[in-house]
Design a protein around this ligand. Structure first.
Ligand code: HEC
Length: 171
């Protein structure tokens, strides 16, 4: 009996340890380029497609196996645009969180005033896009894609391709 109780207690302690280890400590796991490639790049490309394709056709059922084909056709039309706009809006938090590194090991310059301004512009563009998608206004949505592209570009010319040819993530 006592052995069992000890086993249970040890088990609980072990579980607590696991829980602590797995609790989100707020420490970023991906570098900045990975966040860009995984979240900003694919979602902004969905938004840019509004310029050339009718959003009503987005997310149509695809042929073939695999989860992405099987579950295509679930979120469709303008909702695809809404979701991509929300993902970009939420990504603003991911690129402002302290502790994330750029690919070259330099910290993401989250404390710099111009970085904060570029992030605010990205959020504003995403919100404009979201509103246009909600109202299913293709012209407004197309217009908002320019804001999104501009917001990416404004930050990139300073921090991704620094004009002085210096390392990324340093002004
Ligand atoms: C506030 C600044 C900022 C904004 C806004 C921003 N980026 Fe970036 N982006 C960067 C920096 C800095 C890097 C370099 C990251 C690194 O080297 O780790 C980068 C890298 C990237 C990369 C990876 C390039 C590579 O090396 O493979 C892609 C793709 C990208 N950004 C897409 C976007 C898109 C699309 C948007 C807009 C929706 C955007 N970014 C908005 C700063 C920004």
């Amino acid at each position: 009996m006592r052995v069992k109780i000890i086993a249970v207690l040890v088990g609980l302690a072990w579980l607590a340890g696991v829980a602590t280890a797995q609790a989100p400590a707020g420490k970023p796991v991906a570098n900045l380029a990975q966040v860009m490639r995984g979240i900003l790049f694919p979602n902004s490309n969905i938004l840019f497609d509004v310029q050339s394709s009718d959003p009503e056709t987005f997310g149509k059922k695809e042929a073939g196996g695999g989860a992405s084909a099987s579950f295509s056709g679930i979120y469709t039309g303008w909702q695809v645009v809404e979701n991509a706009a929300l993902a970009i809006d939420e990504s603003a938090q991911l690129i402002t969180v302290p502790g994330r590194l750029c690919m070259n090991g330099r910290p993401v310059p989250v404390d710099r005033a111009d970085w904060k301004k570029y992030v605010v512009e990205l959020k504003a563009a995403a919100q404009k896009m979201y509103k246009a998608a909600q109202s299913k206004n293709r012209e407004a949505a197309s217009d908002a894609t320019n804001d999104v592209a501009g917001a990416c570009e404004n930050c990139h010319i300073v921090y991704r391709e620094p004009p002085n040819g210096g390392p990324r993530c340093t002004p």
